[in-house]
Design a protein around this ligand. Structure first.
Ligand SMILES: Cc1cc2nc3c(=O)[nH]c(=O)nc-3n(C[C@H](O)[C@H](O)[C@H](O)COP(=O)(O)O)c2cc1C
Length: 200
């Protein structure tokens, strides 16, 4: 049985392009692996809080010294990380919002990027602790970033790859529905991206 974790970050629901692309990736995975189980982490339903000082103090102090409030912060972060650890396959929906990932996804990474959980440092530098996972990125954008003059602004996909590379996940496939604001491209972009999904 394969555990799939679907991380959703668009606040839009029915009309969300990234949810449609992410859902299509999930459907194709399920076609290939009929025994798979999907767990959804919808970051817009239960947003991860923005980092505050108390969170940072908690993350960098020994558990035995935690106050009840810090215990609950730690448990929340550990639960998010456990979901990642339990997943064999991770699908992230990532629309581009103002040249970045939605703030909800950034906040999520602030609660999952923790030494001793998702990475560690030793004398050779950083080492990822989430190995043997497959990551699919479902990227959507108004403009086009995979080629052409705006390629230098291609921020989301490299960023998510960097974060997961740091966690030890290097097996990544990317599906892009781009040009969703460009007349002549927007009409077919999502459909084409869905058609091109292949699961390895
Ligand atoms: C608040 C907001 C900011 C956006 N910023 C960008 C941007 O910086 N670059 C871009 O190419 N498209 C931008 N777009 C277009 C979205 O990337 C595009 O519509 C995408 O499909 C949104 O995914 P969603 O429908 O799942 O929310 C933006 C859209 C919104 C709503």
């Amino acid at each position: 049985m394969r555990n799939i974790l679907h991380i959703i970050s668009s606040p839009r629901k029915e009309v969300s392009a990234s949810r449609k692309l992410g859902n299509a990736v999930i459907e194709k995975i399920q076609e290939k692996y009929s025994d798979s189980v999907v767990r959804e982490r919808d970051l817009t339903q239960n947003p991860v809080p923005f980092l505050e000082e108390e969170h940072i103090i908690t993350f960098f102090s020994p558990a035995e010294n935690h106050s009840p409030e810090q215990q609950s912060i730690n448990r929340y972060s550990e639960d998010l990380i456990s979901e990642l650890k339990e997943a064999d396959i991770i699908v992230i929906d990532s629309p581009m919002y103002n040249f970045s990932v939605p703030a909800t996804l950034r906040a999520y990474f602030d609660f999952t990027s923790r030494a001793g959980y998702t990475f560690k440092y030793d004398e050779n530098g950083p080492k990822g602790l989430l190995n043997d996972k497959k990551l699919y990125i479902a990227f959507t954008s108004g403009n086009i970033y995979s080629e052409g003059p705006y390629q230098i602004y291609d921020s989301n996909v490299p960023y998510i790859k960097n974060i997961f590379g740091f966690y030890g996940v290097s097996d990544v496939s990317v599906f892009r529905a781009e040009g969703l604001s460009i007349p002549g491209i927007q009409e077919t972009s999502l459909e084409k991206a869905i058609e091109e999904i292949t699961i390895d």
